[in-house]
Design a protein around this ligand. Structure first.
Ligand SMILES: [Zn+2]
Length: 146
């Protein structure tokens, strides 16, 4: 596997949605949650807007799920999801996240806490999702910022 998850992190049922990433130990601010080793774990590619539309249509027709990040310049980095190969994809959104875009802890995180990121920073303005994160500042609906 090209991506290695920190051994102190486990995948468990999440109160936010589905499964999430949880830390078994306290994590210090600035810790990289996982380390990339060599090549990407799946065929991640950069698509133009038009190519990305075709890619998602193909996925829908073929019953595949995908993961995508808007790059903010009209392109999208996307791949077919394979969560077993890319455990980072289990990370849930929170309106009060504790990891940044690069999966670095931006505050101290206590043992047992779920690791979350703000999906808005990876998503285009036309994207939104109902949020169930339970944070005191939860916006209810998350909207892309790019
Ligand atoms: Zn929320």
């Amino acid at each position: 596997m090209a991506l290695e998850i920190n051994p102190d992190i486990e995948i468990k049922d999440s109160p936010i949605e589905g499964k999430g990433l949880f830390t078994k130990v306290p994590i210090k601010k600035g810790t990289v949650i996982w380390i990339s080793k060599g090549e990407e774990p799946y065929d991640e590619k950069v698509y133009t807007d038009e190519e990305f539309k075709k890619f998602t249509e193909w996925c829908i027709i073929n019953g595949k799920e995908w993961d995508a990040v808007a790059n903010g310049d009209g392109t999208h980095t996307a791949a077919i999801s394979d969560r077993d190969k890319h455990p980072g994809n289990y990370g849930n959104h929170s309106c009060d996240p504790n990891t940044d875009k690069n999966r670095v802890a931006f505050r101290d995180i206590a043992a047992g806490e779920e690791l979350t990121a703000d999906y808005a920073q990876f998503s285009t303005k036309d994207w939104e999702m109902k949020c169930n994160c339970g944070a005191s500042n939860c916006k209810g609906i998350v909207k892309g910022k790019l």
